[in-house]
Ligand binder design. Structure first.
Ligand code: CU
Length: 123
């Protein structure tokens, strides 16, 4: 009987954790604001990337404006390995990064030490 209760509690806990992570991922995707020939989205860097996922439209030149509020030197660099981008983010300043949207897909980016992660979805 005790084993059954432990099993049920464990299953409920796993379910909760899965829901927590899944829920977080879906709410944090933000579409870029689209004008005639460009699209823009802002990402705040503070203990991670917010929003952590941005959605861009394929074929439209895109700019992601990073603004780093975080004083740690961990997040002062942003690396997009798929695009060959490795940029320094000055603190409390907008840093615009151009993204090549010619190819659709999901592209991860990270801080210089690969500890914090964000994602760009081009579709
Ligand atoms: Cu880091």
């Amino acid at each position: 009987m005790i084993k059954l209760i432990v099993l049920i509690v464990a299953a409920a806990l796993i379910g909760f954790i899965a829901w927590w992570f899944f829920g977080k991922h879906t709410t944090q995707a933000v579409d870029a604001a689209l004008t005639d020939d460009t699209q823009d989205v802002a990402v705040e860097v503070s203990g991670g990337y917010s929003p952590s996922t941005v959605v861009l439209k394929r074929g439209v030149p895109a700019h992601i404006t990073f603004n780093r509020k975080d004083p740690s030197n961990c997040l002062e660099q942003v690396v997009f390995p798929d695009f060959g981008i490795n940029q320094f983010l000055p603190k409390d300043q907008d840093k615009v990064i151009d993204i090549d949207t010619s190819k659709a897909g999901e592209f991860d980016y990270a801080c210089g030490m690969n500890m914090f992660h964000g994602k760009v979805i081009i579709k």
